[in-house]
Design a protein around this ligand. Structure first.
Ligand SMILES: Nc1nc2c(ncn2[C@@H]2O[C@H](COP(=O)(O)OP(=O)(O)O)[C@@H](O)[C@H]2O)c(=O)[nH]1
Ligand SMILES: [Mg+2]
Length: 524
């Protein structure tokens, strides 16, 4: 059925539910819940960035935005949740734990509001979250939530940090879990050095659950893939990262909760996008004046690269240190080799470094996997919340009010059972649970028709954005027949695969119906 009409049906349902619960004593909370849920459906999808403290969440947030917006690097600096949403002009809105009205603040105060300072400690502790309004393109599609992170212990951390974690670690974990549970989708960040055993990382995902995490609404992100790089002769960090991701993704306990795991280097992506003219010039001088063998030797050892004066190195140590802070060991080496192999302007260097960071690919993945199904993902989240919360309310209500709540919940449950989009989501869920007996070709068709590459008819048919109706019709017909046949092949397949085949046949039938209608409008 047409997505737009589903939205209309959902809007109608909310309208009648809101009118049934309006001005009803005892149902105020339920009414407000419905109001909030209805509003959420009209807002961009909320994607929370979660993971251990120091996993690189804030750096990744800045890398996705392409600018330094949130504070990084300091455990004490990321005490508060930052809720980022689109707006023409940067500004802040501080929300408080005790529910008093949110307070507007100039954007320039963000660092002060997230830095732990003893002078206004009570004020900082009273903050629930900070709404950051910012004009970044990715925020037009998603609201992004930067969380403080889940507790873990770092042997190599400063005493200050350890003390802070002892005092507040559990609180940060609770805040992070609650944000993850409230979000529509989750980016789960973690780092995994070559020395870490897979078992340790896999166990991390078996800990306290981070929201309702399924492969439909959760993507794993391996961060800091550059951090264990120090040898120009070793393989590229992204290649090593890819190998780790493939290994981890094939683990059944991870496959059950994450769509995929993607390797990234957020730090490099952030440095690349904010590269200054001076940094470009320093890198160019290094590339032009320092022979490869010499650079090779220097970059292998951070201290050697940063600390000393050398007669043959054209850049003073202070500038080398600054460069290291901005791009890291691998980033500097990569920029050096790129310039030596012909990159001759700053824009091109930024683009090439970015390409090596995995961030543009991650952006596209977020858009295709979450973005194209965002309405359905938001709707399932909202329906789940209505069901769970109404069950809690029920206990304190009188019989007549209970009936009103039951009626409303019943109508939403009916919607979930009848809407074809939800049937498609169940097929996807079964696919990620490895319950479908489909070959490679069938899997491609299943992902396409459920919106992986886009939501238009031609994208659902795997024909890109620009196919004509006459090109689409035969494909839709052939696939509808194919899946109908599979749906009737009782002996060739199991029950779950047959049910899935029926759903997909119906998806193609719906596309065909839309194409026929479009043709009628256009030509008759
Ligand atoms: N080498 C490297 N360091 C990173 C990367 N991402 C983050 N870091 C560093 O890890 C530390 C913690 O990062 P941050 O983003 O604040 O972590 P958060 O606590 O998860 O928000 C900082 O010192 C970052 O500079 C990365 O991709 N590569
Ligand atoms: Mg942070």
């Amino acid at each position: 059925m047409i997505e737009g009409t589903m939205q209309q049906r959902v809007d109608e349902l909310f309208k009648s539910a809101l009118s049934d619960t309006n001005n009803q004593p005892g149902l105020e909370d339920f009414h407000h819940l419905l109001q909030r849920c209805q509003q959420q459906l009209h807002q961009p999808m909320r994607v929370a960035i979660v993971g251990l403290i120091k996993a690189g969440k804030s750096t990744m947030m800045n890398a996705l935005l392409g600018e330094e917006v949130v504070a990084t690097g300091n455990v004490e600096a990321t005490f508060n949740v930052n809720f980022l949403r689109y707006g023409d002009r940067p500004s802040l809105l501080v929300h408080f734990k005790n529910g008093r009205s949110p307070e507007p603040k100039p954007f320039t105060e963000l660092a002060d509001l997230t830095l732990r300072a003893d002078t206004h400690r009570d004020y900082l502790l009273s903050i629930k979250y900070i709404e950051v309004i910012y004009p970044s393109p990715i925020l037009e599609s998603f609201n992004l939530i930067d969380t403080p992170g889940l507790l873990s212990y770092y042997k190599d951390d400063s005493e200050n940090t350890l003390q802070f974690l002892q005092l507040h670690g559990q609180e940060l974990t609770d805040i992070t879990q609650s944000e993850a549970q409230g979000a529509d989708a989750v980016l789960y960040l973690f780092s995994h050095s070559l020395a870490t055993e897979d078992k340790q990382t896999v166990e991390m995902f078996q800990g306290p659950t981070v929201g309702h995490v399924t492969p439909i609404n959760a993507i794993g992100v391996l961060t800091k893939v550059d951090s264990s790089w120090s040898d120009p002769n070793a393989s590229e960090p992204m290649e090593a990262g890819n190998r780790i991701c493939q290994r981890l993704s094939s683990h059944p306990q991870i496959r059950n909760i994450l769509y995929t795991i993607y390797p990234t280097c957020g730090f490099l992506a952030f440095g690349a996008q904010t590269l200054t003219k001076e940094e470009w010039e320093i890198l160019t001088r290094l590339a032009q004046l320092l022979p490869e063998e010499r650079m090779h030797k220097l970059i292998k050892d951070v201290r050697r690269f940063c600390d000393r004066e050398y007669p043959d190195v054209p850049i003073p140590p202070s500038q080398r240190q600054e460069l290291f802070k901005r791009l890291g060991q691998y980033g500097i080496w990569l920029a050096y080799t790129l310039i030596r192999s012909g990159v001759n302007n700053q824009t091109q260097l930024t683009a090439e470094l970015l390409e090596h960071s995995g961030i543009p690919q991650l952006r596209n993945l977020i858009l295709s996997h979450f973005g194209h199904r965002s309405y359905l993902i938001k709707l399932s989240k909202v329906l789940q919340e209505i069901k769970v919360t109404s069950f809690r309310y029920q206990q304190n209500l009188q019989v007549t009010q209970q009936q009103v709540v039951n009626n409303v919940v019943g109508l939403f449950e009916k919607l979930e059972a009848q809407e074809h989009g939800f049937a498609e989501l169940r097929v996807l869920r079964n696919y990620y649970d490895k319950k479908l007996d489909f070959d490679e070709n069938e899997v491609t068709q299943m992902l396409e028709v459920t919106g992986e590459s886009g939501t238009s008819c031609s994208e659902r048919l795997g024909l890109g954005k620009l196919a004509t109706i006459n090109e689409m019709m035969p494909v839709a017909k052939a696939r509808m027949h194919y899946w109908r046949k599979k749906a009737h092949d009782d002996f060739g397949s199991d029950h779950i695969s047959i049910t899935a085949a029926k759903v997909l046949a119906s998806s193609y039938e719906r596309i065909l119906y839309r194409l026929q209608k479009a043709k009628e409008y256009l030509y008759f």
